[in-house]
Design a protein around this ligand. Sequence first.
Ligand code: PRP
Length: 183
Amino acid sequence: MTIEHTFERKVLITREQIQNRVKELAEKISEDYREKNLLLVGILKGATFFTADLMRQLWMLGLTDAEVDFMKVSSYGDKVESSGSPSILLDLNTDITGRHVLVVEDIVDTGYTLEALREILGKRGASSVQTCALLDKAERRRVQVPIEYVGFVIPDVWVDGYGIDTKQSGRGAPDVLYVVSSK
Ligand code: PRP
């Protein structure tokens, strides 16, 4: 007899809570970047949904000139543990010299990815590099790295949805879900 590992998902953060928080974050960011030439740098794949929602809110708050570009770094792949040394899989097309860069992340866990990203972008002559993360799994942090804008601090549970995956599945859920074993 084969026993398969199965799991179910429960809602951790509802779509309404997410959208309300995105609006709040956008209000703060739009105040802080009002006179600046903002470049959002979304980190593929997980942050695509958050980046899009955040950018739309920023537009509605008057940041109509904000730009967006994307990078892909690999820290987890299909693994559960961070590799600790993320590598760039897809780079920006934008020259960030003199730009005010806001890295947009779906989740910060150990902090290795964000630490590496901030170092890479800082060396490219950006005027500023800050971070906006929807989720902060703070108790998992291995390296201290600043996150200027945080959506939600969450406990150490496996989450997916709203762009975040479990072995590539689950990204399309409009809520943030936590994954529980059902066996
Ligand atoms: C996730 C997440 C962050 C990183 C955070 O990306 O989007 O980039 O891990 O982990 P850390 O703080 O421990 O470094 P992942 O590598 O899973 O890629 P994905 O977004 O394409 O799923």
